[in-house]
Design a protein around this ligand. Structure first.
Ligand SMILES: [Zn+2]
Ligand SMILES: [Zn+2]
Ligand SMILES: [Zn+2]
Length: 337
């Protein structure tokens, strides 16, 4: 069965039904003890030398003189072998009230962040992180150019408990023909605030946080990293541009440089301070084709997975966070990197 989007008639939430995703191999975890000196694994499709184990690359930043799908790349982007959404399907909606569904049209790609198997993003050099960000930006622009795409989401799962099935450093990009619920909720709050005040909610919150410094982790000229006021998880960190920007398409090279340094800084604090915790990271940017998207302020959310979400969270939508964000920020500020 090809992937399909189904709308929950009770909540209005879209669910992706994608049986192919269940066929993903899980890398042998017995070998998961980190051996930083062993840089390649012969059985890893993302390691240099194993390029033919993945679908052909759609983008790669590589050394001069090396050919596509050969070693010599620094960052490589390939279609996901087990996509949640597929560009080969037509973007059609079927309505058989109360059941509504849509073909699972979209893009699902993997950004292989480094040719080396054991290289945590927090321990990478700044220029290596910058190239990953350029790949996120390049692929966002090209997916948004497809008129059927409404939203591009970038995310990263690090560690088995955070849902990573492969340990080689990678992130994923999913472009869909509907705006994800979480982004739609943030849009609605931003619109409401703008209607009342004439200002951007995120711009206002960011300047307040910089002024108060209670939840500030670190900052540079262009970005601020903070523990959100109502974090859902302990040690959650958001990275927000200080200037109003709607998405990655607005980033110029000085933005990419500043973002790479603050992202590396935050991931390093988590790695050292919390002993390499599993985490999810996602980048929320404005929907691609809504006029009101001008009100959206893009940001990165980094959510360590230190405790499991269970029945209460699932049943109520209330999250219980055991570490006050002020305490988390204070702790992370104190980690020496
Ligand atoms: Zn690998
Ligand atoms: Zn703003
Ligand atoms: Zn968000």
């Amino acid at each position: 069965m090809p992937p399909e989007l189904r709308r929950d008639p009770f909540t209005g939430r879209w669910v992706i039904v994608a049986p192919e995703r269940g066929k993903r191999p899980l890398q042998d975890r017995r070998q998961e003890t980190k051996r930083p000196n062993v840089e390649r694994r012969s059985d890893c499709a993302f390691c240099a030398g194993n390029e033919l184990m993945t679908p052909p690359e759609v983008l790669a930043y590589r050394e001069f003189g090396t050919g596509s799908n050969e070693p010599g790349w620094r960052v490589r982007v390939v279609p996901n072998m087990y996509p949640a959404l597929s560009p080969e399907l037509e973007s059609i909606t079927l309505s058989d009230r109360p059941f509504e569904s849509m073909a699972g049209f979209g893009y699902h790609e993997v950004v292989i962040e480094t040719p080396f198997h054991y290289r945590h993003m927090g321990l990478m050099e700044r220029n290596e992180v910058e190239e990953v960000l350029w790949a996120w930006r390049d692929r966002t622009l090209s997916m948004e150019a497809d008129p059927r795409i409404q939203h591009v989401l970038i995310f990263k799962n690090h560690g088995y408990e955070a849902g990573a099935t492969l340990e080689h450093p990678h992130s994923q990009i999913v472009a869909a023909s509907v705006v994800p619920q979480r982004v739609a909720e943030e849009m609605a709050m931003a619109q409401e605030y703008h209607a009342e005040t004439g200002r951007c909610l995120w711009c206002d919150v960011t300047s307040l946080e910089i002024e108060q410094r209670k939840r500030l982790v670190t900052e540079n000229d262009l970005f601020v990293a903070l523990c959100p006021y109502a974090s859902t998880s302990s040690y959650e960190v958001s990275i927000v541009p200080k200037r109003h920007q709607t998405g990655l398409s607005e980033l110029r090279s000085h933005d990419v440089g500043a973002l790479a340094s603050i992202l590396r800084d935050v991931l390093r604090r988590l790695y050292i301070g919390l002993d390499d915790p599993p985490y999810n990271l996602w980048l929320h940017q404005a929907p691609a084709r809504l006029a009101s998207a001008q009100l959206y302020h893009w940001h990165l959310e980094i959510v360590p997975r230190l405790s499991k979400w269970a029945g209460y969270e699932g049943g109520s939508g209330f999250y219980i966070n055991q570490v006050p964000p002020e305490e988390a920020a204070n702790f992370l500020r104190g980690v020496s990197i």
